[in-house]
Design a binder for this molecule. Structure first.
Ligand code: HEM
Length: 143
């Protein structure tokens, strides 16, 4: 089901406010890494400046995929497979922590933050998260 236009506008406006603050994704990764050693280990060898750029792009891609954009759906599919058990092995419950941390960060960075904005982000991000979780057991040998 496509996300309604009202929700999409609320999400896009909030995303623009967040992304105009250079602290947005730094704060997100700081908080995320503090949560547990499992998460810290996953990012042990990661260039976090590069990671912020790809996360920025993939948040926009999830929004476009939720609107049926074919290129964005293919991109979401490729990152879902990369995060699957056979590759990065990102367990499904880590996505719930990821979203909670993202929403905590949005609530700090977006000066207009309210319940409607919270709901709009969750609706859009959950579109991507549900798909990523559904691919956890993806096995290239069987496909
Ligand atoms: C919807 C949620 C998420 C999105 C949109 C997302 C997006 C991405 C993207 C775009 C990349 C880079 C892919 C590439 O290099 O081609 C990436 C890499 C990665 N992600 Fe995620 N991710 C999500 C959730 C998570 C979670 C929950 C974890 C848990 C720790 C995680 C851990 C990683 C790791 C370890 C890498 C590899 C970093 C490296 O290259 O060293 N991701 N993610």
């Amino acid at each position: 089901m496509r996300i309604d236009e009202d929700t999409l506008n609320i999400f896009n406006n909030s995303l623009n406010r967040c992304q105009s603050n250079p602290q947005f994704l730094s704060l997100f990764y700081q908080k995320f890494a503090l949560l547990n050693s499992d998460i810290r280990e996953k990012f042990f060898n990661t260039d976090m400046e590069q990671q912020k750029i790809v996360l920025h792009a993939s948040i926009q891609m999830i929004m476009l995929a939720s609107q049926g954009n074919k290129a964005a759906i293919d991109y979401l599919d490729s990152i879902a497979k990369l995060h699957s058990k056979a590759e990065l092995d990102i367990r499904p419950e880590l996505y719930d922590i990821w979203l909670d941390t993202l929403m905590e960060t949005v609530s700090i960075i977006d000066t207009n933050y309210d319940k409607k904005i919270d709901n709009a982000w969750k609706k859009v991000m959950n579109y991507g998260i549900e798909y990523m979780k559904s691919q956890y057991d993806y096995d290239k040998k069987l496909n």
